[in-house]
Design a protein. Structure first.
Length: 124
C-alpha cells in the first residue's frame, strides 16, 4: 500500500524543486534587510554615538568655576578638577566629590548664585 504513495511523493518533490529555481529572489530579497539595518543605524545607533561624543567632550572641557548639574540633580560650582573626579561646591562651606562622568549638563554662569539667594534670605 505504501509503495503506491512513495513514487508520487518523489515525483511531486522534483516538480517543486524545478519550479522553485525559477522563482527564487535574487538581490530583491536583500533590499528589505539592508533597508532595515540602515533605518536602525540612522534612527538609533548614530544619534546615540553623537550624544556619547558630546557628553565626553563636555566632561573633558569641565573646568574650575563651571556651574553644572549632576545626574543626581545637584547644582553646584566646580572648585577642583582631577583626572576622574571633581570637587563640587553645593552650598556655603559644603563640597562633595563626584565622578566626572556624573555631569549631566553645564549651566550658564550665574545660575548657581541665583539658586542659593532664596536660601540665604530664608535664614535671615
Amino acid at each position: 500500500m505504501l509503495d503506491f504513495f512513495i513514487p508520487s511523493a518523489i515525483a511531486a518533490g522534483e516538480a517543486v524543486n524545478a519550479s522553485s529555481d525559477a522563482s527564487q529572489p535574487g538581490w530583491e530579497g536583500l533590499v528589505f534587510p539592508v533597508a532595515l539595518i540602515a533605518i536602525f543605524y540612522f534612527l538609533l545607533i548614530r544619534p546615540q554615538q553623537k550624544r556619547n561624543k558630546d557628553h565626553k567632550k563636555m566632561v573633558g572641557d569641565a573646568a574650575k568655576g563651571d556651574e553644572i548639574i549632576t545626574n543626581g540633580g545637584l547644582l553646584g560650582k566646580i572648585t577642583e578638577v582631577g583626572d576622574h573626579f571633581i570637587t563640587l561646591e553645593i552650598g556655603a562651606n559644603m563640597s562633595v566629590q563626584l565622578m566626572k562622568s556624573s555631569i549631566s549638563s553645564v549651566m550658564p554662569k550665574g545660575t548657581y548664585k541665583a539658586a542659593i539667594k532664596p536660601e540665604a534670605k530664608a535664614k535671615k
